[in-house]
Design a binder for this molecule. Structure first.
Ligand code: DGY
Length: 320
């Protein structure tokens, strides 16, 4: 039997390419450039599956023009906001993602941003690198202590739960808002708030872990930022779409917020250039899942989903 043809839109780890080459007929993108819409559609010709990243946008009109041969979009990502799931379902194209395997790595970045923003790490690093570090004084580079504070988690899914455990390692009180209350085992003592606005009043730190959906877009707006305690710190490892940039930048400039740590942005790559002008933001380039171990696990998870689909079993991580 001939092997299914698979378009892999970005360069994945060698181990993942090897497994794909063994079990499928893959087309790789060895120089790792981002396909534009036309190239994506051209390359999809004759493919049974596509393994994309969040960098490829499967809007309703792209999906409408995908060749008939395409039966599954097996994402190399947990987020699926780059795919119009309704349009895919309408065309009978199965869509999968890669949950679980990147929760640890992403939670690590949430903690890194929390500590980095609170303790002014990038500001300090820039100072040392530039040769501008001239003195030490009791008032020098004073930040915000993390230990013992209260963190509010928005989105208590897999990443949110791991982040909650890590925050607890800093003796933090963990509160969370989620569409529904999670099990006691997942909660591990975290305090549930059905009402996000109510939780904000307690959140000296706020860590975003919800997916980008029409309901969560612009969730962190001026009104909600105003509810946070003065001097709060906001961390985002989820998606830029959750944040109203004008409001966040205004809160960082006014001193309402002490700092923010951002790994994800509206308008990636790059994000809103105004963040680059602010000393009190710790910026990273969307590297939540960027560890060797996690990227291999994500590739294997995408292949597991395709294996199940082509074997006629329902793929475990089907989202459409
Ligand atoms: C994800 O998997 O959603 C990460 O943000 C990388 O795309």
């Amino acid at each position: 039997m001939s092997k299914p043809k698979v378009l892999v839109t970005r360069r994945l780890p060698d181990a993942v390419h090897e497994r794909l080459s063994r079990d499928y007929e893959p087309v790789f993108n060895m120089d790792d450039h981002v396909f534009d819409r036309d190239e994506l559609l051209r390359k999809a010709e004759g493919m049974a599956a596509i393994v994309p990243c969040h960098t490829e946008k499967f809007t309703a009109d792209v999906i409408a023009e995908l060749p008939e041969s395409v039966r599954i979009i097996a994402n190399f990502s947990v987020g699926v906001d780059h795919v119009d799931l309704e349009a895919a379902a309408k065309r009978g194209i199965v869509v999968t993602n890669t949950p679980d395997v990147l929760s640890d790595a992403t939670a690590e970045i949430a903690l890194l941003l929390t500590l980095g923003a609170a303790r002014r790490a990038s500001e300090g690093e820039r100072l040392v690198r530039s040769g501008g570090w001239k003195d030490w004084s009791p008032a020098f580079m004073v930040g915000t202590q993390v230990t013992g504070k209260t963190v509010g988690i928005v989105g208590m899914g897999r990443v949110g739960q791991v982040a909650a455990r890590r925050f607890r390692g800093f003796d933090m009180t963990v509160r969370y808002h989620n569409r529904s209350r999670v099990s006691a085992e997942a909660e591990q003592g975290a305090i549930y708030h059905a009402d996000l606005d109510e939780m904000l009043g307690y959140s000296e730190f706020l860590s975003l872990h919800a997916p980008a959906t029409p309901e969560t877009t612009g969730l962190l707006n001026a009104e909600r930022l105003a509810r946070l305690p003065d001097g709060a710190i906001v961390v985002n490892t989820a998606r830029g779409a959750l944040v109203d940039d004008d409001a966040l930048i205004a809160a960082l400039k006014s001193g309402k917020l002490a700092a923010a740590g951002l790994d994800v942005f509206n308008g990636e790559p790059g994000g809103d250039p105004r963040y680059r002008e602010l000393e009190n933001v710790f910026l990273l380039p969307h590297i939540g899942s960027a560890t060797k171990e996690t990227r291999i696990a994500m590739g294997n998870r995408a292949i597991d989903n395709m294996d199940a689909f082509f074997a006629g079993r329902g793929p475990g991580d089907r989202v459409a």
